[in-house]
Design a protein around this ligand. Structure first.
Ligand code: PHE
Length: 336
């Protein structure tokens, strides 16, 4: 009997649990009614009193060991099944997907297009790599105009990276389809030092309206409408006379930001006014270079920086923030 108990003890110590030998199988083999331990106790009953004295404690010790081995494994299995169960718990909160957001420049460009579509403008685009003629010559820049200087323009083997979207005006007028009512968004390049307020590339949107009898009043009303739509009803505007080679008369348009906050005083350099765009009546020389008779047709044009008005609208202080791809910055524009 002692030998038998020792043999079973060895067997229990060597018992390894796995997929087919789980706690339940172990219980059936050792502790159930027909289990080995139960059988040993049956045999024990038939032993003499002397034998019982020496065997009792050994047998009980074995039984306790078997029971605790069973208990330990059972708890392990229960914990595991809890875990698996949790993984499938349909009441748990759903996994939060990171959804993308439109870039603020895209949001503003879309809004600008929407406003000008509502006025009957179509959209068009031109090449970023231009020739000197479309970027300067046809736009009435004199041969020695400083804007052609290396300071401002990136030259690439006989071509230039366009310095403004006004080049697209020429490409469209050359096509000869009139009347023309277009907005032309796109990227432009200038050889300028990169800082919080200027970048070597940025975005513009050009506007052009060519027809019989287009006047400066049409230009003012169009831009006034745009400002009310984009910056909000009641926004005040002013036109300051200015100079561009390709428009005459020329103006710059400002909007009233006010002087009530420190931020506005800084942004407006103490004037309360923010410059938004350049505009004017298309210069007769420009019309002529596109085979349009200035006696017959007139037109207006305007151009504004999309980056600039996005910064104004959303209070972004540094133009470089648009291009560093910091998701914390971009995320703020989700759902706008
Ligand atoms: N092209 C000018 C600029 O880049 C803006 C402009 C466009 C001015 C059209 C007048 C008419 O500053």
């Amino acid at each position: 009997m002692v030998e038998k108990i020792q043999q079973i003890h060895q067997e229990v110590l060597a018992y390894v649990f796995d997929e087919n030998q789980k706690a339940e199988q172990f219980r059936l083999a050792y502790l159930s009614k027909k289990g080995i331990i139960t059988e040993l106790f049956e045999v024990f009953k038939t032993c003499s009193v002397e034998e019982k004295k020496s065997l009792g404690s050994v047998l009980n010790q074995l039984k306790r060991e078997v029971e605790s081995k069973y208990q330990e494994q059972k708890e392990k299995e229960e914990a595991l099944s809890d875990q698996q169960h949790n993984a499938e718990d349909v009441t748990l909160p759903v996994y939060q997907f990171q959804s993308g957001a439109l870039h603020p420049l895209r949001i503003v460009e879309d809004r600008l297009l929407e406003i000008f579509y509502s006025l009957g403008f179509d959209v068009s685009e031109g090449p970023e790599i231009e020739d000197d003629y479309h970027n300067f010559g046809a736009l009435n820049f004199a041969e020695d105009h400083p804007a052609r200087d290396m300071q401002d323009t990136f030259f690439i083997s006989g071509h230039v990276l366009r310095t403004h979207t006004s080049s697209v005006q020429i490409r469209e007028m050359e096509k000869g389809n009139f009347p023309l009512r277009l907005v032309m968004p796109g990227r432009v390049y200038r050889n300028e030092a990169v800082s919080a307020r200027s970048n070597c590339f940025f975005h513009q949107i050009e506007g052009l309206y060519i027809d019989k009898g287009v006047s400066f009043a049409d230009l003012k009303q169009t831009l006034y409408y745009f400002v009310q739509q984009f910056f909000g009803e009641g926004t005040k505007v002013r036109f300051r006379s200015s100079y561009f080679p390709f428009t005459e008369p020329s103006a710059e348009m400002d909007i009233w930001a006010g002087l009530d906050t420190e931020e506005n005083r800084r942004l407006t350099k103490g004037t309360g006014w923010l410059e938004v765009l350049g505009c004017g009546m298309v210069h007769p020389n420009v019309l002529k270079s596109c085979n349009i008779d200035p006696e017959e047709c007139s037109g207006f044009a305007f151009g504004m920086g999309i980056d600039r008005i996005t910064m104004l609208k959303y209070g972004i202080a540094d133009i470089r923030d648009f291009f560093v791809n910091d998701v914390r910055m971009l995320k703020q524009f989700a759902g706008i």
